[in-house]
Design a protein around this ligand. Structure first.
Ligand SMILES: C[S@@+](CC[C@H](N)C(=O)[O-])C[C@H]1O[C@@H](n2cnc3c(N)ncnc32)[C@H](O)[C@@H]1O
Length: 306
């Protein structure tokens, strides 16, 4: 039987204490530790944890403390304060960039067959492009899926696609447009063949598609919204926020949509009843909402009347 001492988690309790300092094994951290970590991230990384769901963030921090085999949360605070690399790693853990091309394919089908043709038709009359904003775009999979639909519909020049994320690293990766095969499973074969080329173990999205999307760093909680667009995708982002912050963000999104424009949320996300003055649900299964005509005063800075 192989000796197990090399794996500190398997050695007996006595050995563990002698050979390895005790390691943090909790799944939560105290409020004090949380506040100290929040202060470090705010001061040194300009990342504001206020508004994120405490419990959700605390669990992620605890996971990171365990992952780096730190003794306890107090030592972790000391380490974090002095180590910029660890700050970057923690930020990556806190804002998971999980995404996929054509994530929730039935929603993309509704976009392809109903929403985009309707917006294209309307844009023909005004002469403006169909404007799209992907918020929390992770590594670019979502906005590039829209760009690929534009190619498929042979209307690529009729779209203006903007994509933003809180994480500068995600934005850099998104702009590179390089993906492992595992990330591309949602891409229909004909689009895969036509627009991706193998590069080592990865696949590079063709430059003309990459150029269709303008990426930038933007924090949906604190940065102002852009000029109104026709379609906003804000999927799998609201779940990280408290109800109050969700309302604040939704109000900002309403102000960033033309009346009649569309908002798509993630499968696990819903609109609070108090947002019914702003949006009407047009496809409950796909979480697609339409911005109501200008019947209410939308003040993006606060919660106002909603
Ligand atoms: C789970 S991913 C969702 C990716 C994509 N929208 C999707 O549904 O597949 C959430 C993304 O939101 C970003 N994010 C987190 N907080 C944010 C904020 N305050 N403003 C903008 N983006 C944020 C994260 O960096 C992450 O890339």
């Amino acid at each position: 039987m192989p000796k197990l001492e090399s794996d500190p988690t398997i050695s007996t309790k006595g050995e563990k204490q002698k050979k390895n300092p005790a390691r943090f094994i909790g799944s939560d951290i105290s409020d004090t530790t949380y506040q100290q970590i929040a202060a470090i991230l705010l001061e040194q990384q300009q990342f504001d944890l206020a508004g994120y769901k405490d419990l959700c963030i605390k669990r992620r921090i605890a996971t990171q403390i365990r992952a780096i085999r730190c003794e306890d949360p107090t030592s972790y605070v000391e380490l974090l304060a002095a180590d910029k690399d660890e700050q970057t790693k923690l930020l990556a853990v806190l804002s998971i960039h999980v995404s996929q091309f054509f994530r929730n394919p039935t929603m993309f089908n509704v976009l392809e067959t109903k929403i985009l043709p309707e917006l294209l038709q309307a844009s023909r009359q005004t002469g403006a492009k169909v404007s799209v904003w992907s918020i929390g775009c992770a590594n670019g999979e979502e906005p590039y899926s829209i760009a690929l639909l534009g190619q498929k519909l042979q209307r690529q020049n009729r779209f203006s696609i903007m994509a933003t994320d809180l994480s500068p690293n995600a934005v850099v990766r998104a702009e590179a447009g390089l993906y492992s095969a595992a990330r591309l499973t949602g891409v229909p074969d004909e689009l895969l063949q036509q627009f991706f080329s193998a590069q080592g173990n990865s696949y590079l999205l063709e430059q003309k598609v990459r150029k269709q999307v303008q990426f930038s760093r933007h924090d949906i909680l604190i940065d102002p919204a852009f000029e109104p667009v026709d379609l906003i995708l804000c999927r799998n982002l609201l779940i990280y926020f408290s109800r109050e912050q969700q309302l604040q963000i939704l109000k900002k999104l309403a102000s960033a949509l033309h009346p009649g424009g569309y908002l798509v949320l993630g499968r696990a996300e819903t609109l609070a009843p108090s947002c019914r003055k702003l949006f009407v649900c047009i496809d409950p299964a796909e979480r697609i909402y339409q911005r109501l005509e200008d019947t209410v005063d939308i003040k993006p800075a606060g919660l106002g009347e909603i």
